[in-house]
Design a protein around this ligand. Structure first.
Ligand SMILES: Nc1ncnc2c1ncn2[C@@H]1O[C@H](COP(=O)(O)OP(=O)(O)OP(=O)(O)O)[C@@H](O)[C@H]1O
Ligand SMILES: [Mg+2]
Length: 365
């Protein structure tokens, strides 16, 4: 079942196009993230779904119903913002109960529902504290409880962990994910933190300049980026410049020096001779001393290219090698620090880089 559908949504503020023709479907019960850099239109998209903004064009459906000009309080959604906006003079209990009291829900029912919501966010026992007597993470949980108590079908979360320090953020990421599982509500989660989106989401829409550039599971987006922006924004990648050689089942990128690097995929629309980049993630690369490089037949599905180690950076769990190859490109390889002699290189050493064809993708420049 589809929980929220955006059909050709455009939102302009004067000259600025904040959301540029976005269509997507968010499934019922899904943890869905909108991910992208500052200003790409994430908050605007969320506010359109909530009904705080009206689209310039296109329509939004929630559980199959066109929302039109329906105001926020008449939509089956609730929003948690980055700045929790708790009432400072009210206790935790009163903050969470506030909405229900306004709706004149019977006292007994309020007590039950507040109790249940506070239990969900692990705040039982702190009912009588005021916001300033709570940590940032606890305040954020009060905001969550307050949003959950109305039993929204869809919860919209706009960088809800943005104000927390790294450690608390990590802990809250896990809690939020567990909570979402428990309550079975659709979460639409906005973040500019790619690691956060990857850890928490069932699916992610990667946005830039108002457009959705790729939509898929964490794994799809990380392993099979559809374009240069996504490859670069999610994780770390090498983008080796060259020109498209052949296309077809085994496309090739020609380096400026002339050598061809085969890849597993080329972005649709590329033509022979076009300037392009080959994307390969540092951890997908293995390094061998020239004498130790395994002999491979071209059919083995692996790519080899030789180079010279320029830098070796010790990272504890990994060693990061910068290797210069033909055509003057530097490639970063991240090699697990197993302590084995055959994984250790010094600047100046000759080395052979090796990766699987399927991990290399030719993308538009
Ligand atoms: N009310 C407004 N009036 C004019 N321009 C706006 C308004 N709201 C947003 N914008 C512009 O629309 C674009 C998208 O803004 P939005 O807040 O959706 O970005 P975002 O992806 O949430 O960014 P951030 O990660 O910084 O929160 C930006 O260029 C922003 O300046
Ligand atoms: Mg925002």
């Amino acid at each position: 079942m589809v929980a929220v559908e955006l059909r050709d949504i455009v939102k302009r503020f004067g000259e600025v196009t904040a959301v540029d023709n976005v269509s997507l479907k968010i499934r019922d019960g899904e943890f869905f993230s909108l991910l992208g850099p500052s200003g790409c239109g994430k908050t605007t998209t969320l506010r359109l779904i909530a009904g705080f903004e009206m689209p310039t064009a296109g329509e939004i459906l929630i559980y199959g119903e066109v929302q039109g000009y329906r105001p926020p309080h008449r939509r089956p959604v609730n929003t948690v913002f980055q700045h929790y906006a708790l009432f400072p003079h009210l206790t935790v209990y009163q903050n969470v109960a506030f909405g229900l009291e306004m709706q004149k829900v019977p006292k007994n029912e309020i007590r039950q529902r507040v109790g249940r919501a506070l239990e969900l966010v692990h705040l039982r026992g702190l009912e009588n504290r005021r916001p300033k007597q709570l940590s940032g993470g606890q305040q954020q949980r009060v905001a969550l409880a307050r949003a959950l108590i109305n039993r929204p079908k869809v919860l919209l979360l706009d960088e809800p962990l943005g104000a927390l320090d790294l450690k608390l953020r990590k802990a809250m990421q896990l809690e939020l994910k567990t909570l979402q599982h428990e309550v079975g509500i659709t979460f639409i989660y906005v973040t500019h933190d790619q690691e956060e989106a990857i850890t928490m989401s069932d699916r992610i829409a990667v946005m830039n300049e108002g457009e959705v550039l790729q939509l898929g599971t964490s794994e799809e987006i990380y392993e099979r980026p559809a374009n240069r922006f996504v490859a670069d924004f999610i994780g770390e990648t090498n983008l080796i410049p060259g020109r498209v050689g052949s296309l077809g089942e085994r496309p090739q990128l020609h380096l400026p020096g002339g050598a061809g690097l085969p890849a597993g995929w080329a972005q649709p629309g590329l033509r022979r001779g076009d300037a392009a980049v080959l994307s390969i993630r540092p951890e997908k690369i293995r390094l061998f001393a020239p004498a130790a490089a395994p002999a491979r037949s071209p059919a083995s599905g692996a790519v080899e290219i030789s180079g010279r180690v320029e830098q070796a950076i010790y990272l504890g769990t990994d060693i990061r090698y910068v290797v210069r190859i033909q055509g003057d490109s530097s490639i970063v390889a991240r090699v697990q620090n197993t302590g084995q002699a055959d994984t250790l290189f010094q600047p100046g050493d000759e080395a052979v880089l090796c990766w699987k064809l399927e991990h290399a993708r030719i993308l538009k420049e």
